[in-house]
Design a protein around this ligand. Sequence first.
Ligand code: NAG
Ligand code: NAG
Ligand code: NAG
Ligand code: NAG
Length: 325
Amino acid sequence: MGGRRIIKAAALLIALGYSSLLVYQGGVNFNFQESRSVQVADLSIEPVTKTTTLDSGQSKNITLDDIFISVKTTKHYQHTRLPILLKTWFQLAKKQTWFFTDIDNQQLQNQTNGHMVNTNCSASHQRKHLCCKMSVEYDHFLESGKKWFCHFDDDNYVNVPRLVSILKTYNHQEDWYLGRTSVYEPVKIYKKPTSKLLFSFWFATGGAGFCISRSLALKMLPVASGGRFISICEGIRLPDDVSMGFIIEHLMKKNLTRVPEFHSHLEQMKLLSPETFRDQISFSYSKSKNGWNVINVPGFDTRYDPTRFLSLHCFLFPHFKFCPR
Ligand SMILES: *[C@@H]1O[C@H](CO)[C@@H](O)[C@H](O)[C@H]1NC(C)=O
Ligand SMILES: *[C@@H]1O[C@H](CO)[C@@H](O)[C@H](O)[C@H]1NC(C)=O
Ligand SMILES: *[C@@H]1O[C@H](CO)[C@@H](O)[C@H](O)[C@H]1NC(C)=O
Ligand SMILES: *[C@@H]1O[C@H](CO)[C@@H](O)[C@H](O)[C@H]1NC(C)=O
């Protein structure tokens, strides 16, 4: 595959040492204490020529239809997490949302009007397989021709109108990487054995959702398209969202723009106040031995709606049929 083209470029040998870097990701602690030599392709990225014909006012005039919403899921959650999404926010973005999973399910395919993509990636939670899905998501976005790529997880509630209104304030013809960080320090890459800091970068937590403009996604094409994203992940041995940050911040030299309206379950959901729900782009939940980490929203009984997403949906969109009136 085209990967060879990159390998042809002078390979840069970087000794990576992740000294005591802790990244909290999806409730799992990854502790990078290892050090190893990794080949990272030295990438000469040709700048994509900017279209200057459209004025910025026009290019900002985006609608929901300009957004490619991808949701990473797995067969393990097809009967638990997915039905909640399908009943709620998916109904507001049926044509724009695609689910990236690892199994064929005729019923879900039917309910989503064919928007389930079997990535053929393994269903395991290993880095390689999560990177595999992200890679397929990115490739599908490129093919879609849409202006924004927004990735979410299957434990996210996406406030669709708010996603659109926030993206309207950024120009998709410029390079934008929008999301939320969940670590207090950037990821630091050290050179061994001298422990000299080689570089550092921030990344947007995948579990909160993030968006990438088409302009930026196209610039990433030589390093990330056609499955090359997986090679990068494997090369630097970091999770999919961290690898995305590495590609964008380090290789593309485009910094993450922090958008605090994205939320993952790494935050305490109950700290979000209902008066601000309308302003948020995404919500999440998690369950641990200490109980549920969920937003505090009035509505259905917690036994019926433990994730609070049904109640949240009715809070935001009370006209839905299943909402009490
Ligand atoms: C901007 O959006 C509005 C409403 O979606 C549409 O009517 C109008 O034609 C658009 N303008 C441009 C310049 O695309
Ligand atoms: C898909 O849905 C339609 C109507 O919604 C139904 O008639 C059909 O039997 C369904 N097919 C499958 C495979 O579930
Ligand atoms: C997964 O495999 C099937 C069967 O080989 C193929 O039709 C489909 O296109 C593959 N999906 C992706 C995303 O490559
Ligand atoms: C990107 O962020 C780094 C710090 O993380 C900063 O040093 C650099 O100036 C930023 N670059 C731009 C273009 O803002």
